[in-house]
Design a binder for this molecule. Structure first.
Ligand code: ACM
Ligand code: ZN
Length: 707
């Protein structure tokens, strides 16, 4: 008791002394407001006595503002209807003052703060801006100053989204709500909720109750990166329709629309496990315990399967008022359809013919997609599909979500489709955000640091300004194969979603990454306040010291007799002897990748030199089809034409019980003097116990050293 009263006195004293140095708001936030003019008048003082006054229709917004101020400043503000008072924080609707939806203006004067918006969304974003600007004070119940200013702001893209996959790992409803809070904080207005996949069906469908009795649970999960070990832990869960309605309401209050995705006709193994008669083979099927792309897809020649999809979509639309319904369309292998009598009969019945661009089975998928699009459009909604749906004759009304790069989006915009850009190479937040993989939580692979997200240009130069208007928005995706907890989801999301938010809201022409990082520091204080987990790499930049000691090969002219795969060629041969080592990410630009080709590098040492060793490094990431080499050879030459072998090593293939990682291969030989060195590295074929059996393994090589 005594201690407590002492604390109160101390706090009072402190707040009295601090009167003149009240903490001050700072409008440098994420996303950065488009226009900000701060002036030198006396600042507005925000205190527990400040009243929030709202115009009709903005009561919920007023409550949000009060809650946010309470979270940050530690005091609750009174809320009243606005009746022309000249003090407090006033929330107003003012559609005539703006040219577009979701716009807002904040006017901070010494006496009053006015937030006016085109619509309630605009006011909500104004509130978000004010909230993010507040000083995060250690002293609860302290007042703070808002510098007098005018902020004028509106979004660049009407569609600003993030996706979440609760199928691979189930995400409880309360966590999904936190995710929605995170989106709201970043001025996003679309939440793409991926509700069905091979590994779990997550939405209650009343007409098909077994979908969630059977299809929502799997009896184990593959361990690590799709090896041949499984745990035996039953995993799953689903959302009831009541829960989803509650979630939709929760999101709507935060001006976020939830787009449900039923991924069809592939990624349907959980549904097939429930109703095997809907597949081409009739099963049996299991709710999949592996990751990747399943060959088991819905039978497109089975009318019962089509009616099933129509029923499911209709129930989904009964629940979700979303103007957009996502019907997937990605990664649908055609091997079953090629063999299936029903599918082939359907192809015949529809008079489908393959051509030089697409197979008849590709067009069969278009038939399924277009049929489902009609069901959706009959209810006044629009379909979204992954960019694979361009492979065939997709209806022009479909919105294309470009995930395999931006090419699909470019092609779609040229054809007149609306497009959402979500290329994996910039916006797949399930990729690593650091090259220091040993110190990162598990991940699907890839390498996508915040800098790269921030560098994305959503409006491709290849498009005319008229075509660019079809790019309605930008989205990042979080798939959860390797993300088993919501804390981990948050870590993958932030601060990359800060970079995304700036692209969506502003798409700035000039990107000042350092200034952006400073704005993120302020956001990080909010994340700490709300106990959000987030990655901190950009705040503590690592300087890699991974360079090799100069050796005979370093930065000498180097040529390749066979070229690396185009996707992993980067700056070409010089990657191999630039003195810089690749780390665990195969796509960092520090490794060259070869697929079905031999690495055959000739290095011109420029003058004869005596040598006894050559060494190189190779990456192993078996889940990504990258294996160790099968053979390495060293040859030397005096004239660059006639080579003789001086060392050879055969290397057995890595097995699932061997670790992935970076391995060094060193070849030693009798001292020899020569002017040219040739290093040859061959790959294995993928073994029988690998999903890719029948294909070559990738070989990724870096830094050849000679001494
Ligand atoms: C996807 O990542 N398969 C859309
Ligand atoms: Zn079939």
């Amino acid at each position: 008791m005594k201690k407590l009263s002492y604390l109160i006195v101390a706090a009072l004293l402190l707040s009295a002394c601090a009167k003149e140095q009240l903490p001050q708001a700072n409008y440098d936030i994420v996303p950065q407001p488009k226009e900000l003019t701060v002036n030198e008048e006396k600042p507005f003082e925000l205190s527990p006595k400040t009243v929030i006054r709202y115009e009709d229709g903005l009561q919920r917004e007023a409550q949000f503002l009060s809650e946010y101020v309470n979270d940050i400043m530690g005091f609750a503000m009174e809320i009243q209807e606005y009746q022309g008072q000249t003090d407090g924080i006033v929330l107003k609707l003012s559609p005539d003052d703006f040219d577009q939806a979701e716009a807002y203006e904040i006017n901070v004067t010494p006496k009053q703060v006015t937030i006016k918006g085109t619509d309630a969304s605009g006011v909500f974003y104004g509130i978000q801006t004010l909230r993010k600007s507040l000083p995060i004070s250690q002293l609860s119940t302290a007042n703070c100053k808002l510098p007098t200013a005018i902020i004028n702001d509106h979004p660049t893209f009407p569609y600003r989204g993030m996706h979440l996959d609760p199928c691979r790992h189930f995400i409880p409803l309360d966590s999904v709500k936190v995710y929605i809070d995170m989106l709201a904080m970043h001025n996003m207005n679309q939440f793409h909720f991926h509700l069905s996949d091979d590994q779990g069906w997550r939405i209650e469908i009343k007409k098909y109750p077994e979908l969630t009795e059977i299809g929502a649970y799997r009896n184990g999960t593959v361990v690590g990166h799709n090896g041949n070990l499984y745990d035996t832990i039953r995993h799953g869960g689903f959302y009831t329709q009541d829960e989803l309605r509650d979630l939709i309401q929760y999101a709507a209050e935060r001006h976020i629309n939830i787009i449900p995705e039923i991924d069809l006709p592939g990624h349907m193994q959980a549904a097939l496990a429930t109703y095997p008669q809907l597949g081409c083979t009739g099963g049996p099927y299991e709710v999949w315990r592996r990751w990747g792309v399943s060959e088991e897809v819905l039978c497109a020649g089975n009318e019962e399967a089509m009616l099933f999809l129509e029923d499911v979509l209709n129930e989904v639309m009964d629940i979700f008022p979303s103007p957009y319904i996502h019907i997937g369309g990605d990664e649908c292998p055609k091997v079953r359809w090629e063999q299936c009598l029903k599918c082939q009969a359907k192809i015949k019945e529809l008079g489908i013919k393959g051509d030089e661009r697409f197979s008849k089975e590709d067009y069969l998928q278009s038939y399924v997609m277009n049929r489902m699009a009609k069901v959706v459009e009959a209810r006044g909604r629009r379909v979204i599909g992954w960019d694979e749906i361009l492979e065939g004759n997709v209806s022009e009304t479909a919105i294309i979500m470009s995930w395999r790069g931006t090419e699909g989006g470019i092609e779609a915009a040229r054809k007149g489709h609306d497009v959402i850009m979500a290329p994996s190479s910039y916006l797949y937040f399930d990729y690593y955000q650091s090259e220091d993989i040993a110190n990162e939580p598990s991940c699907i692979g890839g390498y996508l640091p915040v800098e790269r997200v921030y560098s994305f240009q959503p409006l491709p130069n290849e498009l005319t300004p008229e075509q660019q208007k079809h790019i309605i928005g930008v989205q990042a995706n979080i798939w959860t194969e390797y993300i088993a907890s919501f804390r981990h989801v948050q870590y993958m999301a932030m601060p990359r979603m800060d970079a995304l938010a700036e692209l969506q809201w502003n798409n700035p022409e000039e990107r000042d990454f350092d200034a952006f990082v400073e704005r993120c520091r302020k956001m990080a204080q909010l994340y700490d306040l709300y106990h959000y987990n987030y990655a901190k790499h950009i705040f503590n930049p690592q300087v890699w010291t991974d360079t090799v000691a100069p050796n005979l090969a370093t930065r000498k002219p180097i040529t390749l007799r066979e070229q690396p795969n185009e996707q992993y060629a980067y700056e070409g041969s010089k990657v191999l002897n630039d003195g810089e080592l690749g780390r665990s990410s195969y796509n960092s630009g520090r490794w060259l990748g070869f697929w079905g080709k031999t690495l055959d590098a000739v290095i011109d040492l420029e003058q004869p030199a005596e040598m006894t060793h050559a060494r190189f490094r190779a990456l192993v990431n078996k889940g990504a089809w990258i294996y160790n080499p099968s053979e390495a050879k060293v040859l030397v030459s005096d004239d660059g034409e006639n080579f003789r072998e001086v060392a050879q090593q055969s290397i057995p293939i890595s097995t699932w019980s061997d670790k992935d990682g970076i391995f060094t291969y060193e070849l030693e030989f009798e001292p020899i003097t020569a002017k040219f060195v040739e290093v040859v590295v061959k790959g294995h074929d993928l073994p029988e116990d690998h999903d890719g059996f029948g294909h070559p393994a990738w070989v990724f090589v870096d830094e050849i050293e000679v001494w």
